[in-house]
Unconditional design. Sequence first.
Length: 469
Amino acid sequence: MRSLMSRARDDLAELVALRTVVGISPPDQFERAANLIVAMLADAGFPETRLLSTEEGPKTVYGRRPGPPGAPSVVLYAHYDVVSAQDETSWHTPPFELTEREGRWYGRGSADCKGNIVMHLTALRALQEALPHEPYPDVDLTVIVDGCEEPGDGSLEKVLRAHPDLPTPDVVVVADTGNVESGIPTLTTSLRGMAVVEIELSTLSKTLHSGQFGGPVPDAMTALIRLLATLHDSQGTPCVPRSGTGRTARPRAAAEYSETDLRADAGVLDGVELIGTGSIADRLWSRPAITVLAVQSPQLDDAVPALLPSAKALISVRTPPGEEVSRVHEELADHLRRQVPWGAHLEIRRVTSGPSFLADSGGQAHAEMRGALHDAFGVPVRDVGAGGSIAVCSVFRTLYPDTEIVLCGVEDPPSQIHGIDESVSPSEIASLAHAEVLFLRRLAALRANPRSSGEGTPRLSSTGLQESR
């Protein structure tokens, strides 16, 4: 596997150089990225490659290497769009130029999620290079690389529904998460959902001089600040949703996350208190979180002594696993309407939604991946939840309800995904690719060979690979 890492770095450098930020980058960057991935898949031994699309949005890359009749059908998923690099001058090295520093590879998308594309490619090349000494595993293998995952708008569902001829998978490996610590293999078994709204408060019909009218006349910005402050109680616990914990227990065998580790991973400043109550793991994975993503206001350099007639904010609620996102939207709107100060006029617009997700962590595919990760990394696997949401998991669950979905990936705490100086560790890519090779071989062997008891033949079902008696 290590011999393939030079090629992996070259692949990642080419992908990172393409600015694939949905809604910002020009379409040619997405076209070039999609065609590049098609070429990479063809080079990795996939005879069937094409671009799938609907009428709008970046194309989805599709590649398939058919297996023999009755072979397990496996989808390897990742995405090639990235979030904005924000203030590029704040990066220590150019964000769209892969740069190596202290053993890590830096660049936007190096971990989320172009690093996972390269991980899949490295595993596929390892399988191809093992030929003819070791046969290719008897798996019907599909690779799907999404071009529009970050907005969370369900565009992949439209693409897949527009192509009903695609094979129904038994297992989907969603490579878009990561390890709880560097070198500690991790399976993500639950995801919080997401409800995002834009709100606008209005108090005046026009801008007024703050000295002339300030005092009795409320301005919209002050009203907005008071309203946003009602979203948390005095301990920082979110007030929405009121049920708080959803309908599910903690992820299977979820490890505790110490306050010391959290502070170090998140870069919490000395003396700053953590918010909320309960264990760190619960607060991160099983309970809601509310964040004010943006407030529309004058820049300091442009500020004048004036009362603002209106003010806007963008609010995100991370919903607990098991909580219906539509209900959270309604509860958030009800809360805001009840708390709006001074009779200000309030408008609420839903921006986006992302459902929560619970994996069947007791399924056979999870068991095989858990063993493969253990062997590749040399240490036991951790099962954790994740605070973020990955809409494609619910897409696959909706379209393929009997499919087992496995979440893992190359990210680790130093990766700083979505932040400044995003990076990936080459060793995480190599070890995950090794694990994926083992996983595919073991799925094929499990289907091909009877259990040690000699009774029956393993089959794929809604709970994974099971024994048919």
